[in-house]
Design a binder for this molecule. Structure first.
Ligand SMILES: [Zn+2]
Length: 340
């Protein structure tokens, strides 16, 4: 890149035309040779300011310049040298080169500036730009996305449908990643060149899916560029460890604990099931290990319904109060009496 016109006018790529104009006026006043003197430095600076304004105030030329500038910023480092080397090649006949030099000198003296974009756009430079353009327009398949989802053991057995909400970044559809539309900053992406949005994908996990299974959703990955196909979405399914449950076919097995007095006197215990909490009646004189069947509270699959089988465990209290100890002693007395 020959010159950074934005730097010269001390503005940014996103400055408005009014801002460009006002920046130019301020600098032109400051650097006018009538004010700043007639030194070569001042004349060059003044010329540069005019040159920058001439390009940046013209929408079409600004758009061309922006494209070139972005490319050069992208390929920075090597660009300066390459351009110096290529200037000679571009203006082939030697006579022409000298004429141009004179013209530049003249315009400098007059402070009037006639700038020709083609002058800067050397052959080599144009070639590089074209290559870049081709690269930009080359179709590129969208990236694959890997993500994870957790399902319950019941969902794994029955199969389930999950909606995955993925934040995706893709090339702005309005400007095609060029950041500018008709010489102005693309309003759709605010000049970023890409946009992020949520993409919803609905995933059906098949019946009996195993933990850590992968589901591939073709075309649900990142969008492709320039007509290329989208990437795929790979979903790793984690089956959550069931808490306090076991399964046996369609039946769900669960242990519940009751105290000795509940076992003797009977009780009611609330048990969470797939159909919500169910109040389970513990009959008087329930034995340890006794099973209670809750019909239809198991896994349903293809019209069949399993049961929940609750196994009662009598839990011996660990922290017994003095009062309870006295009562147990009383129980012992009664029991011994009964034996006699
Ligand atoms: Zn855009």
């Amino acid at each position: 890149m020959t010159k950074d016109y934005y730097k010269i006018l001390d503005i940014t790529e996103f400055s408005t035309q009014d801002e460009i104009k006002s920046a130019y006026r301020k600098l032109a006043r400051k650097w006018h040779p009538d004010v700043a003197g007639n030194s070569d430095d001042v004349i060059n600076k003044f010329k540069e300011i005019n040159e920058a304004y001439e390009i940046l105030s013209d929408k079409a030329r600004k758009a061309d310049y922006d494209t070139a500038r972005r490319f050069y910023n992208y390929a920075s480092g090597t660009s300066e040298k390459k351009e110096t080397a290529s200037t000679g090649n571009a203006t082939n006949p030697n006579s022409k080169t000298s004429t141009k030099k004179e013209e530049t000198k003249d315009s400098g003296k007059k402070f009037g500036f006639s700038f020709n974009w083609e002058e800067i756009l050397s052959k080599k430079y144009a070639e590089m730009q074209m290559k870049n353009e081709q690269k930009k327009n080359a179709p590129k398949r969208g990236a694959d996305i890997n993500t994870e989802v957790e399902i319950s053991v019941f969902e794994a057995i029955n199969g389930t449908t999950k909606t995955i909400n993925l934040l995706q970044t893709h090339v702005c559809p309005k400007c095609g990643g060029r950041k500018f539309v008709n010489g102005g900053v693309c309003k759709h992406c605010n000049g970023k060149g890409d946009v992020t949005s949520y993409k919803k994908s609905t995933v059906r996990s098949p019946e009996g899916i195993k933990d850590n299974s992968k589901i591939r959703l073709a075309g649900e990955g990142e969008n492709g560029i320039n007509g290329a196909p989208s990437g795929d979405l790979y979903l790793t399914v984690h089956v959550a460890e069931p808490k306090n449950y076991k399964t046996d076919g369609l039946n769900i097995l669960k242990n519940i604990t009751i105290s000795p007095y509940e076992a003797v006197l009977g009780s009611e215990v609330s048990v969470p099931t797939v159909k919500g909490n169910v109040l389970v009646k513990i009959a008087p004189n329930t034995r340890n290990g006794q099973k209670i069947r809750l019909s239809g509270c198991g896994i349903s699959n293809k019209g069949r319904e399993g049961d929940m089988i609750v196994t009662v465990e009598i839990q011996i209290p660990t922290n017994v109060s003095n009062e309870e100890v006295e009562l147990y002693k009383r129980l012992r007395e009664i029991a011994l009496k009964g034996q006699i």
